[in-house]
Design a protein around this ligand. Sequence first.
Ligand SMILES: [Zn+2]
Length: 378
Amino acid sequence: MRFVLLIAAALITVVTFQNCAGQNPADLGVSHDHDEAEAELASLEEEVAFDEAMSMKATTVTPQKPACIVLKSSYVAKLTKMYELQGVRVFYSTDAANPDAVKYLADKNKNKHPDYVEDIARQIVAARAGLNELGFMDPVQSPRYKAYGVQYIDVHVRNLSGNGLAYDEATVYSNNPLKKNACTLRIDLSNKLEAFPGGWTVGAHELFHLYEYGYTMFKRSWFLEGMAAWGERVVRLGALRSNGLTPLPATARQLQEEVFAVNYNFMWDRLAYLSESNKNVQFSLSTNLQKATYIDGSNVYRDQKLLGIALMKSIMRNLAKESTAISAEKGWSNFFWAEADQKDPVHDKRMIRAVQRAIKEMNLDRANTSEISAFLKL
Ligand SMILES: [Zn+2]
């Protein structure tokens, strides 16, 4: 444990992040070692503990007005290569002596960048363009990150214990000339995702966290992870986890135990399912995105199935209003809350109210099923 904490301390400094197990491709027939997954989760928990400890420090050193945090993490200086695609910059290493070096170096199109790196960029760029076409607010264009002057989404390919991380702080890394001192949002992705892209959608998952951060200050995992597990499916085969068939919580106890206490809870999938009258509807996408491919020629959009897009946008807007209202009540900046306040379970009830308002605004309560009625009374 001490070893993990020391590594984390060296690499992560004061910024805080959302740990993501992400959805691995196991449900698409790619094997995933169970013991390995367990081990990854154990180290993620240690990193969570570290995150909690460091967040105290972060709240005391970060200014109250929007300003990019300037960092000089030593590993960033050693990510000496960059692949840039439409506002997304992927930083990586191919130096065998660097533990962060990309493990898969195939370069089919011979452009001197590993296909692994290009495919990460292609997934994130295409998922971002699609989410924007579907009407979600691009994080770089959000009022929050405009206030910080964010210019790019940067991806650091690293030797992670998990699959990916997404950070909500706007950061500048001043010790890597390729960075050009730009203020950026940051995603970390593992340097060893086996057979990527295959069934992997962890790039889209981490990207979706940036959308969540752009809308609202809440960093409750039942919201961040549950909704990102929904959002990454924009580029993933199949419409919803568990086909949207896991019922909504019907009691306060179920809401607590099955939603608030469960990061990757199924409430979001069920709401998405209930929000659509036609369960076979496909979302529309521009021709360019329909044709977007990975280096192996396969389509980035594995299908165009994702139920609940209108509802999720409405929920995001309602959560945005709710965090703005709390900022006003507490006298906090709209765009800077202490880490402990972002993660405070005291917000859970108001966040659920925001979800319920979205359901009513879409007139889903008119269906008046006992399931929706019970949920709206929680
Ligand atoms: Zn996540």
